[in-house]
Design a protein around this ligand. Structure first.
Ligand SMILES: [Zn+2]
Length: 64
């Protein structure tokens, strides 16, 4: 883990610490055979800025 570098999927900058991972799943409502997963990394700050103000991003509150 220490040698890994992470690129923020929102601002394209390198993430220095407190890496946030997102797992995107396609076809969520369908069966597993038609789903695909991708893991993305970001700054929590960038994730907060990207989601709607009305969206409850509870996880951001938990780490502060
Ligand atoms: Zn970022």
């Amino acid at each position: 883990m220490e040698n890994s570098t992470y690129q923020c999927c929102f601002c394209d900058k390198k993430i220095q610490s407190d890496v946030t991972g997102l797992v995107v799943v396609t076809n969520w409502e369908k069966d597993k055979n038609s789903q695909q997963e991708q893991q993305l990394f970001c700054h929590m700050k960038c994730l907060k800025n990207a989601v709607s103000d009305k969206f409850p991003l509870y996880i951001a509150d938990l780490i502060e």
